[in-house]
Design a protein around this ligand. Structure first.
Ligand SMILES: [Zn+2]
Length: 462
C-alpha cells in the first residue's frame, strides 16, 4: 500500500505554514533503529530474516516495558502481537496498532544502490521497505518507547499487530482476525499502512488523510481454447483473436459510477478547497452521483475514485510461430468498489468477453469484500489534534484507497479499521513504494512519532 496523495493545490488556502523543527537529539537513535530494520530483507520466503526482525522488535518492545510479545510462526513467515496492558483500565476495549514487516522483492541490478543498504540522500532515507511499511512500523515502536519513558499510563490496553505477508497472501491478518482473535480483539485498529499526509516543498501542508475504506482486490483469468491446427490454413475461430476481442471489450467498458461515505467525505473536503475544474467536477458529482458524464471526467483525473476498475495486466498465448493457437490467456486485475460483488464483476467480464472466452476468478487472489468503517467524530478529532501538534490547521479528511491492505481482513471480521499515519511526503516527489529506489522523507519519518504519541494520548489516555 501507499499513502494517499492529494490532487490539488486549492487546499493551500486553508493551511498555515509548518513549524520548522530544530534538529532533535533523538533523531540519531531513531535513524539507527530504522536503518537496522530496513537492512533486514524481509521478503516473501525469507523466513530467517523475519526471525531476525521479530527478535529485534521484541528487544525494542522490552525497552518500552512491553514484555507480552507473541510471535506466531505460520505460512513461512511470522506475525508479531504485542500488548501493553493498561495499569488502570477504564473498561474500554483495546486499541490495535497495525503495520507490516514484509517488503516487496527488489531487483538489485535495477536499483541505483543496493536495495537493502540503508542510505540517506537529499533529505530522504532510502531502502526497500523504507516507505512501505517500515517507517510506520518503526514509528509505532518508538512512539510506545517514548510514551513509556514519559510515564504515560494507558486507560485501555494497546495491542500491536505486525504481519509478515501483507504484500502477498494476507494470511497473518486473516488468521489474526479469526484464529488469534482473542489476542488482537480491539474496539478499532489504527493501520499505519494507510493514511498520512503531503507537504509542499516550501513547508506548507497540503493535507492528511485517514483511510476508512478500501476497494476489493480480485484477479480474473480470461482463457480462450481452440483445437488449433496448421497456420497455413487459418479459420475464423482463433484463440488469440477471441482473447484480443475480449480484452478490447474490457478496455472499453465503464462500470457504473458509485459513491459511499468514504468517497463522499473526501470529495466534500476537496470540493471546498478547489476553485478549479477538479473542484467543479466534484461538486457536480456530489450533487448527482448518477451523472455519467461528470463521473467519467472525474475518473480521468482521479482514476479509481468513482467506480470499479479492471485492467489487463498479463498475457500469454500460442505455442509455435507456425501453428494456430490452442490457448490464449490473460490476467485482468480488478479493484472493486465496496458494495459491488466479486461474482457480479466476473459475470460482467464474462458477458463482455463472449462465448469463446471463459472468465474465472483466480483462486486466493481476492481480499474480502468490506463496507467502509464508520467515520467516528472522536477519532477524526483526535487525528486532527495529533496532526495539529506539527501542522496547525492542516486539512484532515477520510478517504477510500484504491489499493488493498491488511485492514480488509479485520473489517471483514467486524473490527473497524482507520488507516492512520503521521508520516508525510512531499507533493509531486516519487517515493518508489513497490518500485525502484524506494525512499521516505526523513523529516516525515521523524515527525510522525510525536503525531502517533499525541494520537495515543488522546484515544488511550484519560
Ligand atoms: Zn504496505
Amino acid at each position: 500500500m501507499r499513502r494517499m496523495t492529494f490532487l490539488i493545490a486549492g487546499l493551500l488556502a486553508l493551511t498555515g505554514a509548518a513549524n520548522a523543527q530544530a534538529s532533535n537529539p533523538r533523531h540519531a537513535a531513531e535513524r539507527d533503529l530504522f536503518a537496522k530494520i530496513v537492512e533486514i530483507p524481509t521478503v516473501e520466503g525469507q523466513t530467517t530474516e523475519f526471525k531476525k526482525l521479530t527478535s529485534l522488535l521484541k528487544s525494542e518492545f522490552r525497552k518500552a516495558g512491553i514484555t507480552n510479545v507473541i510471535v506466531k510462526d505460520h505460512d513461512n513467515t511470522q506475525t508479531l502481537i504485542a500488548r501493553w496492558p493498561s495499569p488502570k483500565p477504564s473498561g474500554k476495549k483495546p486499541i490495535l496498532l497495525m503495520a507490516h514487516m514484509d517488503v516487496v522483492a527488489a531487483k538489485a541490478s535495477d536499483w541505483k544502490y543496493p536495495p537493502f543498504q540503508f542510505r540517506e540522500e537529499g533529505g530522504y532515507y532510502l531502502g526497500r521497505g523504507s516507505n512501505d511499511n517500515k517507517a510506520a512500523l518503526t514509528g509505532i515502536v518508538l512512539a510506545l518507547q517514548y510514551l513509556r519513558a514519559e510515564k504515560f499510563t494507558p486507560t485501555r490496553d494497546i495491542v500491536v499487530l505486525f504481519t509478515g505477508d501483507e504484500e502477498t497472501t494476507g494470511n497473518g491478518a486473516r488468521r489474526a482476525a479469526n484464529e488469534w482473535r482473542d489476542l488482537i480483539d480491539a474496539e478499532y485498529a489504527l493501520n499505519g499502512d494507510a493514511g498520512g499526509g503531503t507537504v509542499f516543498p516550501d513547508g506548507r501542508v497540503e493535507g492528511f488523510g485517514i483511510q476508512i475504506a478500501e476497494k476489493t482486490y480480485a484477479d480474473f483469468r480470461l482463457t480462450a481454447v481452440n483445437r488449433g491446427g496448421h497456420s497455413s490454413v487459418p479459420r475464423p475461430d482463433n484463440a488469440i483473436y477471441a482473447l484480443a476481442n475480449a480484452l478490447t471489450a474490457v478496455e472499453r467498458h465503464r462500470f457504473p459510477a458509485m459513491i459511499n461515505d468514504a468517497t463522499r467525505a473526501s470529495f466534500e473536503v476537496l470540493a471546498k478547497g478547489d476553485r478549479g475544474q477538479y473542484g467543479e467536477l466534484l461538486r457536480r458529482f456530489l450533487a448527482d452521483p448518477q451523472d455519467r458524464e461528470t463521473a467519467d471526467l472525474l475518473e480521468a483525473m482521479d482514476p479509481g475514485s468513482t467506480r470499479t476498475r479492471c485492467v489487463a495486466t498479463m498475457l500469454s498465448g500460442g505455442h509455435a510461430p507456425n501453428a494456430l493457437p490452442q490457448k490464449a490467456e490473460a490476467n485482468v486485475n480488478c479493484r472493486i468498489f465496496p458494495g459491488a460483488k466479486i461474482e457480479d464483476i466476473r459475470q460482467q467480464l464474462q458477458t463482455l468477453s463472449g462465448p469463446d472466452v471463459t472468465v474465472s476468478a483466480v483462486e486466493g487472489s481476492q481480499t474480502p469484500e468490506t463496507a467502509p468503517s464508520p467515520m467516528r467524530d472522536d477519532i477524526l478529532q483526535a487525528y486532527r489534534a495529533a496532526v495539529a501538534t506539527r501542522f496547525p490547521n492542516a486539512p484532515v479528511l477520510p478517504f477510500q484507497s484504491a489499493g488493498a491492505t491488511d485492514g480488509a481482513f479485520l473489517r471483514a471480521a467486524g473490527i473497524s479499521v482507520y488507516g492512520f499515519g503521521g508520516l508525510w511526503g512531499i507533493v509531486g516527489q516519487q517515493e518508489g513504494a513497490h518500485g525502484l529506489d524506494e525512499r521516505v522523507w526523513a523529516e516525515g519519518f521523524h515527525g510522525q512519532i510525536p503525531i502517533w504519541m499525541e494520537m495515543l494520548r488522546r484515544v488511550a489516555g484519560d
